[in-house]
Design a protein around this ligand. Sequence first.
Ligand code: ME8
Length: 515
Amino acid sequence: MAEPFYITTAINYPNGRPHIGHAYEAIAADAIARFHRMMGRDVFFLTGTDEHGLKMAQTARDRGIAPAELAEEMSSYFREMDAKLNISHDRFIRTTETDHHAASQAIWRAMEARGDIYLGRYEGWYSVRDEAFYDEKELTEGESGARLSPQGTPVEWTVEESWFFRLSKYQEPLLAHYRDNPDFIRPESRRNEVLRFVEGGLADLSISRTSFDWGVKVPGSDDHVMYVWVDALTNYLTGVGYPDTSGKYETYWPADLHLIGKDIVRFHTVYWPAFLMSAGLPLPKSVFGHGFLLHRGEKMSKSVGNVVDPMTIADLFGVDPLRYFLLREVSFGQDGSYSADAIVTRVNADLANSFGNLAQRTLSFIAKNCGGVLPQGGREEAADAELLALVRDVTTNAFPTQFAALSLSQAVEAWLGAVFACNQYIDAQAPWALRKTDPDRMNAVLETLVRAIRDLAIAIQPVIPASAARLLDQLGIAEDARDFAALADAHWYARDFTLAPPTPIFPRLEMPMED
Ligand code: ME8
């Protein structure tokens, strides 16, 4: 039986349309999910929308509509974005769904049964935009003298009757867990931040609200709704059928990877494992906090006018070019910058001029000069075996090793190095010149190239799935022979296949008029 792999993204607040940061996270998670499927794992990939909380309630009120109506409309844009970007999730969860309410109430009851929930009165600072409580000592002073959260958002003084979770009780167990599981929080810089925060002491957490009712009802306490993060985090359990602990839960829980952005690492590595410990449930194996995507190095904000709709970018440049750019350009775990000219430059250099050109030159030559029949045999030289060994090493070793370690950009860089080697080989061997002088040698060169292109197209599928599939179609590779295991078969094309004159897979991009 295939080994399971459960990966999740953060669930997005549908209080507005998706932005490029949401697209980035979905694309990264999708590439990782596709990679593990290709490695033979039984993958379950969960994404969705986080529809409760004060932020949703306030946005809906400002628009004069019910929160459920806002959620319904905006959540559909997130699903459209996922469909457009070729996101291969197994479930799109919405926290307003009935099974999610049941799961949230079940984990609440489990924490209550442990004696970790008590009634009190919350007095403190709350940021609606972050949906987070802050300590006085964490706040800074804004230009107008108003207090701001560490994320730079406004906070308001809140006084309410509230249920509390005994987070303080979990300081030592959490620190022990971080110590014993060095990969629990990645990258290293985020792990250090969390360690410092927890070592500084943990106050009990207010986990219910009475001032609004848009949320999951607290069991046995109907005038309270759960703090939105309690229900939001529980989506990872709902997604696999909790509180039913047979079936999907048994197969996939604990999750292998929660992929999230750096701003919500604390919720996932402090609150969430503490809730799970309290409920007596196993902890996720790993949480990875990726960086933020900045437009020309600046934070996106409506007032700066640089909030770009990811659907527009995908329409302008194509889905796979966008996916490639984001995964190649941004060192995974760090912040990255994007702009139209950076996308055009990167995609033209790597995909159009390097990989695309390699494939197009080779395949159109075969279509034109060999009647579309993939050449075999011919007189081999040392350079052929050298190139194939290099490509094999990248596709079966460097690329998968880096990808599995979430060094996504390094994996793609290694792949690109092999593409460059193929282009040097084709220039040095010049099959177009051999056609008249030495057709026997030409056959060996073309066979080498076709093999290399097939290996490179297979490996890069997680990053650019649709384009790689088109290229593999052009080469006549069967759909069930496109995973990493298939790379071991060097004799895959010893059969009848006629190659049609290929259309280029990676057209050169033009710079749009305005960035
Ligand atoms: O935080 N670049 O939702 P959200 C990269 N509902 N990633 C970004 C980004 C940027 N500029 N801006 C945001 C929430 N993100 C909660 C999550 S999970 C149980 C609940 C990332 O819509 C952000 O870090 O504000 C998060 O991982 C995701 O987008 C959703 O952000």
